[in-house]
Ligand binder design. Structure first.
Ligand code: PBG
Length: 325
């Protein structure tokens, strides 16, 4: 049979596994993955989170084992969330010397001094009303919250945290935290700012995991409207001007355009994306029902985040994906 003379046949470069690997443009690297951990002051045994199959609330007593497992898999960064002993109106459990996160940081440093310790800095897990700061009436008191964020950041740094990741969308949070850290002498503690955090229903399973759901209302007065993209540029510009060392977009999958835009605009700034609890649970549940292949869904979703422009990825799949890359 005669063949068409086509100027080019792109299928030539898809023909074998070796060829596909040679021309693959985007890759996942274990060194760029961050594993989130939930550490609870209130349990004695590791407890699976129902809404997030395969994820656990960990007591301090199980932390060393978890860190060793992550280290053995080549994961070198963790993001810590705390479930404190008590909650109150200001979230004061967040800055106690003996708080659950402060203790966790010490255990991690003693277990593996190479592990990069990042702490999520927010108040929703610590306040009895479940909002991300102190309130006046039913609204966040922004500037009072800034002062308390500074306090929490310094207490994390004192315990040995390497990076602080403020997630409360408080105006001026990077300035306040930088000033507080510098004043206390922690000039080398970096700030990974959740610069662009949308008010997303995809945090649902996480709120079950951390018991941090708002007790009334929602987070629309501080987290971003999913309909906005220009605003993401303004948020990021401000965070960078305030001294953020790294920036973040969250969630990831529904916001790949935002990741792309930010990477185009700030190619020189390390960009992190957070594949959040709802993204994880959605894929897990679909796979459990036989609707999609879990391994492929995990790889495809993470590659897409990378391809859009993320450098670092926070993902609950960290342990699973490193076994494949
Ligand atoms: C704390 C915080 C949240 C998440 C990370 N930090 C919850 C929220 O903002 O409601 C969500 C993470 C996830 O869903 O995996 N403010």
């Amino acid at each position: 049979m005669t063949h068409y003379h086509l100027p080019l046949r792109l299928k030539r470069l898809r023909k074998s596994k070796a060829i596909r690997a040679l021309v693959q443009e985007t890759r996942l690297h274990r060194e760029q993955l961050i594993a989130p951990l939930f550490i609870s002051a209130n349990i004695e045994h590791k407890q699976e989170i129902k809404s997030m199959p395969g994820q656990f609330q960990l007591p301090l007593a199980s932390l060393a084992e978890e860190i060793n497992e992550l280290g053995a898999l080549g994961i070198q960064a963790v993001l810590l969330f705390g479930l404190p002993e008590y909650k109150d109106a200001t979230g004061s459990a967040a800055w106690q010397k003996n708080g659950v996160i402060q203790q966790a940081i010490k255990i991690i440093s003693n277990t593996n001094s190479e592990m990069l310790i990042i702490t999520d800095l927010c108040f929703c897990e610590y306040t009895d009303h479940g909002h991300c700061g102190v309130l006046i009436d039913e609204l966040i008191d922004n500037d009072h919250t800034l002062e308390l964020l500074g306090r929490q950041a310094v207490s994390h740094a004192e315990a040995g945290a390497h990076w602080i990741a403020p997630s409360g969308m408080t105006d001026g949070m990077v300035t306040a935290i930088r000033q507080a850290l510098d004043k206390a002498g922690f000039i080398d503690t970096a700030i990974l700012s959740y610069s662009v955090k949308y008010c997303s229903c995809f945090y649902g399973p996480f709120r079950e995991a951390t018991l941090g759901a708002p007790q009334f209302g929602d987070r629309k007065t501080y987290q971003m409207n999913p309909a906005n993209s220009n605003e993401a540029l303004r948020e990021t510009e401000l965070d960078l001007a305030e001294g953020a060392d790294l920036i973040m977009v969250k969630p990831a999958m529904n916001y790949l355009d935002i990741i792309y835009k930010l990477k185009q605009k700030y190619p020189e700034v390390p960009l992190c994306a957070y594949q959040v609890s709802g993204e994880y649970s959605m894929l897990k549940n679909a796979a459990a029902q036989g609707l999609i292949n879990e391994e492929q869904a995990m790889v495809e979703s993470l590659l897409a985040i990378k391809r859009a422009g993320a450098d670092l990825i926070i993902t609950y799949f960290a342990k699973d994906i490193v076994r494949l890359i």
